[in-house]
Design a protein around this ligand. Structure first.
Ligand SMILES: Nc1ncnc2c1ncn2[C@@H]1O[C@H](COP(=O)(O)OP(=O)(O)OP(=O)(O)O)[C@@H](O)[C@H]1O
Length: 777
């Protein structure tokens, strides 16, 4: 079919690979070709509409539409034929035909192909996310012809119709001026050659069924299909043989009531996608299946599922009424949250069913809700709104508020109606919702109700449940945070031990956003949030326990000598030393001020690049810590005794130098180790690990009665002098000495390995094998 003037181009190698991948992996899903072609036609029509906004002359040639025509090959008795799909969209110039259909501009194609070819996930999912595009027509057709004509514009007033021809095999394609001339008026025509084994695609009924399934949402432009009907004829109304023009009266019945004596085959354009798109329909009339299909169409992924959806309509308050559908995806691409900053176009804005834009700007949806897939159709906006005019429009700001509110409602409803799905949503979006609490002050209480946590009482609890389970007098929501730590490890923290022992519930938080979120939340249902590793922890029943209070007061007095000694010794490292009753078995712990950073927060902040040079970071990191000692701990009692026993070695002024006794030096070392250990147990890091380990060694030496000054008897043998010989680059030969090589001997048909020369040490390999478990082997 090619012309003399045809130019032959080689496909980019990725295309040949993609094409054969598509053909091989979607063998049993051939019908996707129609959806892909319709989706391309829809895109072309939408692009044209956008161009026509700036270039008034462009849209003049009538409404945009898609037509589908089957041309049976009479010679084959109708078993083979052509399937012709046309759109009146933006079309392609010669260069665009060559570039768009012959190369892949998409990034990541090669990696995708490699993965897919290695057989990793050539499932609908991977392919669906990638998009099959145009090449899916080779699923049903051995050769494809594409003719296209862009609209006349001021920069291209006399466009020429070009044709692209390619077969499903082979690595080249031809492009040439269409020998028929400019027959299309505008747009693209795709002609698929359908063989006998694919003849189902020549059935208009089959095609209509498919379109019904996909196109109510994949395009809002009308799709017409040419139907052949037996109609009675009267002399006056012979059917016209007007192939290339649509019937003028598409919606009126073309049948003539005149008395008919014979029938004739009449071809007639029939609109197929006349059902309103699902978002403008009444939710009562939309089936669950339709919602699920719509989601697949939106994501262009056959296997895509959502956790829930909400279909609503309303008025923005500035007089714009709208209808919308919002989905919570059940899966996200792995790099979704990383890609978020580069903008995710998850909100499609339509006006009166016409697509306007899916790029409302990064700021439109708050980033913590950017995963929602939303379609909004506004009734009362002018069709020619552009993104710029929209941004100055009150409508968008109002719409944003509405979408956020609806999203919270949707999550709340999900938590009540489908707890299992909500659990999945919590896993996927828990971090996002926590960021919502941080960023959205207005909605933070509503959002907080949606959060789920692990705690010392339950593996999955909400704040409302927490409040319900509070103890008498308890006014604080206790939590401990440790990014990436397991809940059971957090539960063993010294900060948690007393609370747990007394039966209070502590939330065990492990997400990076948890701690800042709790701090931002501050209050929930009348209770304040309290980091148990910080100052300010109250059990709430202290007042009732006069005895406990009195005891603590007494302990403060009794331990004063130790406290004073510690304050002096640890000056610069802690701002205060206090007696605490928050501990059970731990001798001491280190807390930070309520406004300081917890150990967890310090780790989060330290992980940020450049944190070490940040003066704010260093200031927060070095905010004073408080050492809390447990008066009930035998170790602390022991320390107190030691301090009381210290000889009064304090200097006399004129000596000028402080002399410390041997005992005091030892005590000091012990306290340093205790302090560093407490730092680690409280989640901080030790400032100087080497010194820490030296101190531990001193302690161990003392415990074992080894002299502190004893040096290891090590003779350091220096390395030989610098080599002067050239290096021997001869290939390595495996040269086992005879002694190294295990010797195998056969005895009574059993294999024995001779391990060393001595036969008494021979090992019965088989016996050993039987004794060892599989794992050990
Ligand atoms: N009917 C058409 N009218 C105008 N241009 C088209 C048409 N069909 C395809 N194209 C052009 O060819 C390009 C390649 O199409 P293809 O279907 O392979 O990928 P895509 O549509 O960009 O991606 P995807 O199918 O994953 O959405 C399109 O981006 C578009 O520019």
């Amino acid at each position: 079919e090619t012309e003399q003037s045809a130019e032959t181009f080689r496909y980019e190698s990725d295309i040949t690979r993609l094409r054969s991948l598509v053909i091989h992996s979607l063998y049993s899903h051939k019908d996707v070709f129609l959806r892909e072609l319709l989706s391309n036609a829809n895109d072309a029509l939408e692009k044209l509409r956008l161009v026509s906004l700036t270039d008034r002359s462009v849209m003049s040639a009538g409404e945009g539409n898609v037509t589908i025509e089957v041309r049976l090959d009479e010679e084959s008795g109708g078993k083979t034929g052509l399937l012709v799909i046309r759109d009146t969209g933006i079309g392609m110039s010669k260069e665009e035909l060559t570039k768009n259909l012959g190369t892949i501009a998409r990034s990541g194609t090669s990696e995708f192909l490699k993965k897919a070819e290695e057989g990793q996930g050539v499932d609908g999912n991977l392919i669906g996310q990638f998009g099959l595009g145009f090449y899916s027509c080779f699923l049903v057709s051995p050769t494809v012809r594409v003719s296209s004509l862009p609209p006349a514009t001021s920069s291209n007033p006399d466009p020429i119709q070009y044709t692209f021809v390619s077969s499903s095999t082979g690595d080249s394609f031809d492009v040439f001026p269409d020998p028929r001339g400019n027959t299309l008026g505008r747009g693209t025509e795709i002609v698929l050659k359908i063989g006998e084994e694919e003849k189902e695609w020549l059935s208009t009924q089959r095609l209509r069924g498919l379109i019904d399934k996909h196109s109510t949402f994949s395009t809002t432009f009308p799709i017409y299909i040419k139907e052949r009907q037996q109609v009675p004829v009267s002399a006056q109304s012979l059917p016209t043989d007007d192939d290339d023009q649509l019937n003028d009266d598409l919606d009126t019945d073309a049948q003539s009531p005149a008395a008919a004596t014979s029938t004739v085959v009449e071809e007639k354009w029939v609109r197929v996608n006349d059902k309103a798109p699902i978002w403008v329909r009444d939710p009562k009339d939309v089936s669950e299946e339709e919602y699920k299909d719509f989601y697949k169409a939106l994501t262009k992924d056959e296997s895509a599922e959502s956790l829930g959806w909400s279909h609503f309509k309303g008025d923005t308050g500035s007089g714009v009424s709208y209808k919308a559908i919002m989905y919570i995806p059940a899966q996200l691409p792995k790099d979704f949250w990383q890609k978020m900053t580069s903008g995710i176009n998850n909100v499609r804005l339509m006006v009166k069913r016409v697509f306007i834009t899916d790029d409302l700007g990064e700021e439109f949806m708050p980033r913590w809700l950017s995963f929602l897939k939303v379609t909004v159709d506004a009734d009362d906006l002018p069709l020619n709104v552009s993104r710029e005019t929209l941004q100055n429009n009150r409508f968008l700001a109002q719409l944003q508020r509405i979408l956020v509110r609806k999203a919270l409602d949707l999550f709340t409803k999900l938590s009540i109606d489908s707890p299992e799905k909500f659990k999945e949503a919590s896993k996927l979006y828990g971090n996002a919702l926590r960021i919502g609490v941080l960023e959205d002050n207005k909605d933070k209480l509503k959002l907080a109700k949606l959060l789920r946590f692990e705690s010392t009482r339950s593996g999955y609890t909400s704040l409302e449940e927490y409040v319900e389970n509070r103890k008498e007098g308890q006014k604080q929501i206790y939590y401990i945070a440790g990014v990436g730590e397991r809940a059971e490890d957090l539960a063993r923290s010294p900060f948690v031990e007393k609370l747990k022992a007394r039966g209070y519930e502590v939330l065990l938080l492990s997400l990076p956003s948890d701690e800042p979120m709790m701090a931002a939340l501050d209050k929930f249902m009348g209770m304040t949030t309290q980091d148990v590793s910080k100052k300010g922890l109250k059990f709430g029943d202290e007042d009732e326990h006069e005895a406990e209070k009195k005891e603590l007061e007494a302990q403060k007095v009794a331990f004063k000598p130790l406290i004073d000694w510690l304050k002096k010794d640890l000056a610069g490292q802690v701002s205060d030393v206090t007696v605490t009753n928050r501990l059970v078995t731990s001798p001491c712990t280190i807390i930070v001020d309520s406004y300081g950073w917890s150990a967890n927060m310090q780790r989060i902040m330290a992980a940020q690049t450049d944190a070490q040079d940040d003066p704010m970071f260093n200031m927060m990191k070095n905010l004073p810590k408080v050492l809390e000692i447990n008066p009930k701990s035998p170790l602390i009692e022991g320390l107190l005794d030691r301090v009381l026993d210290l000889p009064q070695s304090d200097v006399t002024e004129d000596e000028g130098v402080k002399r410390t006794s041997e005992e005091e030096e030892e005590l000091r070392e012990t306290v340093r180790v205790l302090f560093d250990t407490a730092l680690v147990r409280s989640g901080f890091s030790v400032a100087d690990p080497t010194t820490y380990f030296e101190r531990v060694e001193s302690l161990l030496r003392r415990a074992m009665g080894v002299s502190l000054n004893a040096q290891p008897k090590i003779h350091i043998r220096p390395a030989p002098p610098k080599a002067s010989e050239p290096i021997d680059e001869a290939p390595d030969t495996e040269d086992f000495g005879e002694d190294d090589e295990p010797e195998v001997v056969l005895e009574n048909g059993e294999e024995f390995y001779k391990v060393r020369g001595d036969p008494s040490e021979w090992v019965d390999w088989k016996n050993i094998k039987e004794k060892l478990s599989h794992d050990e082997l």
